[in-house]
Design a protein. Sequence first.
Length: 171
Amino acid sequence: MLSLNHQFIVSAKIFQMTTPIHHYSAGSASPQGTRRLGRILARALLPGDWVLLVGDLGAGKTVLASGIGLGLGVPDRFHSPSFTICHLHQGTLPVEHYDLYRVGWNEWPQTGLAEPFPGGIRIVEWAPPELAEEPESLLVEIAVQDMRHRKFRLRSPRPLRLPTCWKEVLP
């Protein structure tokens, strides 16, 4: 477990708070396997969580988001909201699915992400780095190994109850 240090300035004094960070790793050899990892990850999510998906074009961000949606009982199929920026889905919890590919990193506050969404799950593709500092953020980095294989690295501010397909690892 690694610690991330945050500094807060209060009355001209600096206080340091340490937030534990937990790391998990998984792999997939197909889109079906990636959806399965998403369904499994969905079981560990809590209302108010943000799932930030980072990876190259075609890495599988939308496929993983689709699996998370399935795991949360979303009946409709996920499509990348590249042009509409956000799709709202209803499952066991409301799910906001954002794609910020076409949004400049300094423009994301105008997308609605800056508004509270406490009772649902936010999934953000092409997430800007500053969103990873949100206390409820789970960051998933997706690396393309070859045409079929993907490696997933998950960073969470809390320990997650996940089966062994998501292994807890040291950073």
